[in-house]
Design a protein around this ligand. Structure first.
Ligand code: ADP
Ligand code: MG
Length: 405
């Protein structure tokens, strides 16, 4: 593996170093519910602090659609970062405006500033390369060097991931290095049987990776929101569950391709169906081909895999040597729909192979359900990024750091 690392930036004493982290943590009522991504950023930040750099941290949080929105402020993150680093963190209330300028000017050697949410600026995620470059230039004006460490966003061609790395002397941080080491273990010669477990709610994103994963895996377990598109592809009705109708034909293609390649696609046979979305909703377990036949009829919502499916998924995991899991099996945030996710997590803690959990919500789920990070082979900060890496795609945020397999 080749990649420019922090050492390549030379002596950083007194240098202003911009660091792109992925501090996109889950929040509930303004409280951080899982600070895993902040913790994962600490090694790089501490390394730069010790080197005497003036550290300017940038990150996104959520999807605020290109304008300031206090709901997505990084202020709570600044506070947690300050606690975890054990030193003050200057928080700038804008990203490239006068507040940011002042915060950066105030920094001493070894000091840390966090700028407000990158995505309060529409150019950060613009499709127009010129607009992204403009925004990156404003960020670059703050620093002498750039360290890219937001592994969760390296698959995105965004200003703070791609153009900023072109605008300054740049290198990968320690988190990216560590994540790549793990993913290489999954791609170079994964021990077989190799199983990938997919779930979650970013259905179209995740369906899109299946075609490329099929030639690489032995077994694919499908839960979460995407399972309903599979059920429809098999001719079943799914009530009001998450569904991507325009993907049904693609899914039929994946099923045929899996059969041709001898890849086992394990689909749910029972589903937990609820009357509506909510922790107090009435719910029943039903056969996966009879979702509309419950008392809730066509308004029934599939919110978790059923107990038989959970047991079959657990068996398939335990029978594997390598497992990558991305995406909760159900709406784990609501207690009645957490059992499928718990069963998969639990199987991963007991099986005797190398198991990786990827994705912000998946990582948050295992922690919320009471598991510890050290019960898993690795908990990755990246879901989409990991999947695209496993597919063998080129990731713009890595290429720009000189990455080569
Ligand atoms: P990750 O962040 O791990 O990549 P996603 O962001 O794709 O995962 O999806 C996480 C979300 O998926 C969770 O908030 C969970 O509630 C939701 N989810 C899982 N199963 C379902 C389902 N059947 N219906 C609706 N949402 C679901
Ligand atoms: Mg997510």
């Amino acid at each position: 593996m080749s990649l420019r690392t922090i050492d390549s930036l030379g002596d950083l004493t007194g240098k202003k170093v911009l660091v792109r982290c992925d501090l996109n943590v889950p929040l509930k009522d303004g409280q951080i519910t899982d600070d895993g991504r902040i913790r994962a950023s600490l090694p790089t930040l501490n390394r730069l602090i010790q080197a005497g750099a003036r550290v300017i941290v940038v990150s996104h949080l959520g999807r605020p659609d290109g304008e300031p929105n206090s709901k997505y402020s990084l202020a709570p993150v600044a506070q947690r970062l300050c606690e975890l680093l054990g030193k003050p963190v200057v928080f700038a209330t804008d990203t490239v405006g006068s507040a940011a300028e002042e915060s950066v000017a105030e920094l001493e050697d070894g000091g840390v500033a966090l700028l407000e949410n990158l995505r309060f600026n529409a150019h950060e995620t613009s499709k127009d390369a010129g607009e992204r470059a403009q925004f990156a230039a404003k960020l670059a004006a703050f620093g002498d060097a750039f360290v890219s460490d937001g592994f969760g966003v390296v698959h995105r061609k965004q200003a703070s991931v791609f153009e900023l790395a072109e605008a300054l002397p740049s290198a990968a941080g320690l988190l990216i290095e560590q994540e790549l080491d793990v993913l290489e273990r999954l791609t170079v010669v994964p021990e077989k049987p190799y199983t990938v477990v997919l779930g979650g709610s970013k259905v179209s994103d995740k369906l899109a990776v299946i075609g490329a994963l099929l030639p690489k895996v032995d077994r694919l377990l499908i839960g979460g929101g995407m399972l309903f598109t599979f059920l429809v592809a098999l001719g079943h009705k799914v009530g009001s569950s998450l569904l991507e109708l325009d993907q049904v034909d693609a899914v039929k293609g994946y099923l045929a391709e899996a059969e041709r390649l001898g890849v086992e696609i394990v689909l749910p046979t029972d589903i937990v169906v609820a009357s509506e979305f909510g922790g107090d909703a009435e719910h029943v377990v039903t056969s996966a081909d009879a979702i509309e036949e419950t008392a809730f009829g066509a308004s029934g919502l599939g919110l978790d895999i059923g107990p038989d499916t959970a047991a079959r998924f657990a068996e398939a995991i335990i029978d594997s040597k390598t497992v990558f899991w991305n995406g909760p099996m159900g709406v784990f945030e609501l207690a009645p729909f957490a059992a499928g996710t718990r069963a998969v997590a639990s199987a991963l803690t007991t099986f005797e192979g190398f198991g990786v959990v990827g994705g912000g919500d998946s990582a948050a789920a295992v922690r919320a359900l009471g598991f510890n990070d050290d019960q898993f082979g690795h908990i990755s900060t990246g879901g989409g990024a990991s999947l695209e890496f496993l597919e063998g795609k080129s990731l713009p945020g890595l290429e720009v750091l000189g990455w080569q397999k």
